[in-house]
Design a protein around this ligand. Structure first.
Ligand SMILES: [Zn+2]
Length: 185
């Protein structure tokens, strides 16, 4: 039975590498109108459906600076409009994947923490200091808005790895932080 709060979920196709829009720079959102809210809804619904931790507008065919993030502990995704990293500190190596590169991951360098500013879904100005997976996700998704992909950050001696077939995976341990860091973005 449909609940009163039932609404149409808009899961849209995620564009995969080497689609040319993934290499284009998205434009700042100048005015918040219903098309921005529609894009935000599409990003959130598609991200939740994918099971990933982040999705940028480029990945669903829009060149506007909007991203959605959903950390493993979050019940709901969050949307950020015109997100901008204003400070980065430290360097670490992390395992990373991308929803536009299904079944692949690589080792990249990311910051220890970042400070990000922009507008949230209610168009309030936000400023977030993030570390761990959240910092990694902000860096990964703002890169997308600039046409930069995680393969551009692969350490020179590294290459892209393919996840083993599912039957070869032995899930004998609970997922740990390292595993979560590999969640696709
Ligand atoms: Zn990505």
């Amino acid at each position: 039975m449909l609940g009163l709060k039932e609404r149409i979920v808009a899961v849209v196709p995620i564009l995969e590498y080497p689609h040319s829009i993934l290499r284009q720079r998205a434009k700042s959102v100048a005015a918040i109108d219903k098309t921005v809210f529609r894009l935000a809804d599409d990003l959130m619904d598609t991200l939740v459906d994918s099971g990933g931790v982040g999705l940028a507008a480029n990945q669903i065919g829009s060149l506007r600076r909007v991203i959605a993030l959903k950390m493993p502990e979050d019940e709901e995704p969050s949307v950020y409009i015109n997100p901008r990293i204003v400070h980065r500190e430290g360097v670490r190596e992390v395992s990373e994947g991308c929803l536009s590169f299904p079944d692949h991951y690589g080792i990249v360098q990311r910051s220890m923490w970042v400070r990000v500013t922009g507008l949230d879904r209610k168009t309030n100005v936000f400023q977030i200091c993030a570390d761990g997976l959240l910092a990694q996700a902000f860096e990964h998704e703002t890169d997308h808005l600039n046409g930069i992909l995680f393969i551009d950050h692969l350490l020179s001696h590294q290459h892209l790895f393919e996840y083993p077939d599912e039957e070869e995976v032995e899930p004998e341990h609970e997922p740990n932080d390292e595993y979560l860091a590999e969640a696709a973005q």
